[in-house]
Design a protein around this ligand. Structure first.
Ligand code: NOJ
Length: 553
């Protein structure tokens, strides 16, 4: 029997290095701090880390502005610290996924600096997108930055360079062979140091089309790129599909080459694409057999707490991703989006976790999601996100979700640092620290621990020596949306139910509740299922989810 790859049902815990743990008191998290607190991740039940960038960077975009992709920024430590971190993670049974940022460099990268001092048309400039303007004061086209404002900045000799994000993040020209070679070198460098894979930033953006032409619908372009504009997913999707710098067919050539690199190693290396594409069928192209292993599915990240919407996302994803034989991925939050509790509400957040992490496929958890952290309220003077500045405050940006983790004690910064944290940690997070939640059966963290333990048993390929839950890849809807607010699915002996209604539901089910978003976790993590203890009816609180035993047939 062929062994399934490690990433198939893995739980990836996303670490935002700046905000995880600060070991040296400078107010910013670092690699040594991560190493010293990895037990939090392994005890949670994760299988892998995804580390957001920690490379040399002036940090204008939280490290996604990379000045040297093969080195560690001094604020985060050294290459030796990275090696120690990877080794410790492996000792704990955790795989290590790194962020690779191939759409752009920082303007401090040596290649961009030499492009600035080189002449028009030079090989140095051809590594980026330097163009003459339409007139001496008009950029080459009307594209806009995802962070607001034009996507072009003019340099001293009158040319303009393209940046889909901040002006400190010049886009790379993937038609230039230097770029291709340099990224291949970067991938190998980190794999050789111990990385097990990559999360590919803006994976759909590397190839641009019609760069000298204006986009035909400037307002549509602007709306497609602004996540804060209210519009139906269909309308946004249609607009997104027309963006001339996303999801061009040429990107797939690049990933086919990368896949060859991954496969040249004698241990399994994987990558997951960050690709916001439309229609959803386009996402399957990134996970064709000779490309990447996973593509993020952002549907649940933006879905409201609504039975029909959630059902549609899950059903579509399972069908589409299944159609190419790839692994579905599930994420409820990340460093770019509002935290789950702030987006949906506290009860809803717990319920969504129970519902989502029972699904087959890989699960992604953003640090602090397990603690039930909300977004922090910040003063405008504390904000650092370039999106806040480039939109002149119109968009508040993503800092609220990036506040450092509260670890212990009663006073902010709750053990995160001995210095001043780079963003203030609200004092009212006193009840949300890891220390406080540890052993508290009603806490979010204990719920996640129990959930991930049960999930592991559910996904176990071989039942091992404690086969309490029969392993099963099977997935069947047992309740599609019917107006009651309930949706449910079954996998083997487990049925997972979600009540999105504001009212209690009494369900004619024969089964035993083994996990509920409303009840305390059992803490003894006993997942055995006594078959003689079956209820006739299951009562579900409003906005709740449950795992119950059921007839496996
Ligand atoms: C997506 C990353 O997740 C985000 O944080 C970053 O700002 C942009 N890509 C640009 O790199």
């Amino acid at each position: 029997m062929s062994k399934s790859p490690w990433w198939e049902n893995a739980v990836f815990y996303q670490i935002y290095p700046r905000s995880f743990f600060d070991s040296n008191g400078d107010g910013e998290g670092d690699l040594t701090g991560i190493t010293s607190h990895l037990s939090h991740v392994s005890e949670l039940g994760a299988d892998a880390l995804w580390l957001s960038p920690f490379y040399t960077s002036p940090n204008h975009d939280g490290g996604y502005d990379v000045a040297d992709p093969r080195n560690v920024d001094p604020r985060h430590g050294t290459l030796d610290d990275a090696k120690i971190l990877f080794n410790k993670a492996h000792d704990l049974g955790l795989k290590v996924l790194l962020d690779v940022v191939p759409n752009h460099f920082s303007d401090q990268h040596v290649w961009f600096q030499s492009a600035l001092s080189a002449v028009k048309g030079s090989p140095e400039r051809s590594r980026f997108h330097f163009l003459d303007g339409k007139t001496s004061t008009t950029p080459p086209n009307n594209w806009i930055s995802l962070f607001g404002g034009p996507a072009w900045t003019q340099v001293d000799d009158g040319q303009w360079y393209l940046h889909l994000f901040d002006s400190s993040q010049p886009d790379l020209n993937w038609e230039n062979a230097d770029i291709k070679r340099d990224f291949e070198k970067t991938l190998r460098f980190w794999i050789d140091l111990g990385a097990d894979g990559f999360r590919i930033d803006v994976a759909h953006g590397l190839v641009k089309e019609d760069i000298s032409k204006n986009h035909h619908d400037p307002q549509g372009l602007s709306n497609a790129l602004r996540l804060d504009v209210e519009m139906s997913p269909e309308v946004r999707g249609t607009l997104l599909a027309s963006v001339p710098f996303f999801d061009r067919n040429g990107v797939h050539e690049i990933y086919r080459e990368w896949r060859k690199i991954f496969d040249s190693y004698d241990r399994p290396i994987m990558a997951v694409a960050e690709a916001w594409v439309h229609p959803p069928e386009r996402a399957t192209l990134y996970v064709r057999p000779d490309e990447l292993q996973q593509v993020f599915n952002f549907d649940l990240l933006v879905a409201p707490f609504d039975d029909k919407e959630i059902f549609d996302c899950v059903d579509r994803t399972l069908k589409l991703i299944g159609s190419v034989g790839a692994t579905p991925t599930w994420a409820l939050s990340n460093h770019d989006t509002p935290r789950l509790v702030s987006r949906l509400g506290e009860r809803e957040a717990r319920a969504m976790a129970l519902f989502t992490y029972g699904l087959p496929g890989a699960a992604y958890i953003f640090q602090g999601q397990e603690l039930g952290l909300p977004d922090a309220d910040l003063l405008d003077s504390e904000r650092q996100d370039p999106a806040f500045f480039r939109t002149k405050g119109l968009q508040k940006g993503r800092d609220g979700a990036r506040v450092p983790l509260p670890w212990e004690g009663y006073r902010s910064p709750f053990g995160f640092t001995t210095g001043k944290p780079w963003l203030p940690i609200p004092q009212d997070w006193e009840g949300l620290t890891v220390e406080k939640q540890n052993g508290d059966s009603s806490s979010s963290m204990e719920l996640y621990r129990e959930l991930l333990l049960l999930r592991k048993r559910l996904n176990a390929k071989k039942s091992g020596d404690k086969p309490e839950i029969k392993s099963s890849e099977n997935f069947t809807w047992t309740q599609r949306p019917n107006g009651s607010g309930l949706i449910a699915y079954k996998r083997g002996e487990i049925e997972v139910l979600l009540n999105t209604a504001e009212v209690e539901l009494v369900l004619p089910r024969t089964g035993r509740m083994i996990l509920s978003s409303e009840h305390s976790s059992s803490l003894n993590h006993d997942t055995s299922i006594p078959r003689d203890d079956l209820d006739e009816k299951i009562t579900m609180s409003p906005f709740s989810a449950m795992w119950i035993t059921c007839d496996p047939s």
